[in-house]
Design a protein around this ligand. Structure first.
Ligand SMILES: *Cc1c(COP(=O)(O)O)cnc(C)c1O
Length: 358
């Protein structure tokens, strides 16, 4: 009997398994979400938009592109938005990769990379992170062959936290041939405080082959509405828009994103509070003896190795994100939930006879 078969490229791709739900959403430290309610003005604008959901959205995303272009200092033809920057990445890779091509990215990095890459049929080349959980850009440049079409650089890196420095990125871009797209995924850029950190926009200004990915899901707190975008040279931005289904981003999402951009002062305040809380968590965990890599994002990484699942189970009252055999990623949430996590982490160490740092 013959049955329809999906493309072979799908065989190695796992089905997405959602994490265990937290006791309450407030206690969820597993998805790098923003603990705050939507920014001032967002709910009102979105609610007003609900009255016209019988209409298709603005497929040209005019108001969103204009607001972003003004904010970023580029013209709107440098932009390509989609339903989250993950979807933008899928479109980008679909537009630029096929079987026989190679894509290079660091590992461990963002879980969506293998899925987006493998779906294209291209061959993935994973370059291990350095022991301090940073990208090894020298090794990544060395991994580029004449088949390489795309390199992904995640800064800050999800799930480990460190940034790529501006100097490292510049050296890398000088080494990589101009026909290789270098995607700088800046999902957490608003949380970066390290003055040495790379800037995707600065790299884009200097190099034609750079694509910057940004999202409204993390700092802006719109994860549920799905808006992300790429910034690139017009021809590259156009290739992404071509590979994106029309009408993907709803008007509800577009107006919420624009309203969020207009609430800059409130955004800055919240991001600063999250950065402060991050510092509190890092210091408390290091004080307990944990080896926490430098983080410039809204999460911290504990390199637990084989103990990752055991630790995650012990943290059940707050939901964290384990990577079996590697470590656990913990989002920075509301202060009282972070405090609960710190207490659980300390108790876990004590119960297993791991002493605090001396
Ligand atoms: C969260 C995240 C994104 C964006 O997610 P969307 O919700 O699809 O915009 C992109 N890259 C990384 C590394 C992320 O962690």
């Amino acid at each position: 009997m013959s049955t329809p078969r999906a493309r072979k490229a799908l065989d190695g791709i796992p089905v997405y398994r959602p994490g265990k739900p937290a006791i309450t959403e407030d206690h969820k430290l597993s998805s790098n979400e923003n603990p705050y309610a939507p920014l001032p003005g967002v709910m009102e604008r979105a609610a007003a938009e609900l009255g016209r959901i019988n209409r298709y959205p603005d497929a040209g995303m005019t108001a969103l592109y204009e607001a972003l272009a003004e904010r970023l200092g580029v013209s709107p033809d440098h932009l390509a938005a989609g339903t989250g920057s993950v979807a933008v990445l899928f479109s980008l890779l679909n537009a630029h990769l096929e079987a026989g091509d190679e894509i290079v990215y660091a590992w461990r990095s963002f879980e969506a990379y293998p899925i987006a890459a493998d779906l294209t049929g291209a061959t993935a080349v994973r370059v291990p992170l350095r022991p301090d959980a940073t990208h090894d850009l020298d090794a990544m440049a060395a991994a580029v062959t004449d088949r390489t079409k795309v390199v992904l650089v995640c800064t800050p890196n999800n799930p480990t936290g460190p940034v790529v420095t501006a100097a490292e990125l510049e050296t890398f871009l000088e080494r990589v041939p101009g026909h290789v797209l270098v995607v700088v995924d800046e999902a957490y850029v608003e949380f970066v405080r390290d003055p040495a950190a790379a800037s995707g926009l600065a790299a884009l200004a200097a190099h034609d082959n750079v694509v910057v990915l940004r999202t409204f899901s993390k700092a802006y707190g719109l994860a549920g509405l799905r808006v992300g975008y790429a910034i690139a040279r017009p021809a590259i931005a156009e290739s992404i828009r071509k590979a994106t289904p029309p009408f993907a981003v709803t008007d509800l999402s577009q107006v919420a994103a624009v309203a969020s951009l207009e609430a800059q002062a409130a955004l800055d305040e919240r991001v600063e509070a999250i950065v402060q809380e991050r510092q509190v968590m890092v210091e408390a965990l290091r004080g307990q003896g944990w080896d926490v890599p430098a983080t410039e994002a809204n999460f911290v990484w504990l390199p637990l190795g084989e103990a990752a699942l055991d630790f995650a189970a012990a943290c059940d009252p707050v939901s964290v994100r384990p990577f079996a055999g590697e470590g656990v990623r913990i989002s920075v949430g509301a202060p009282e939930v972070n405090a609960q996590l710190i207490a659980l982490a300390g108790a876990w160490r004590t119960a297993r006879g791991r002493s605090p740092r001396t």
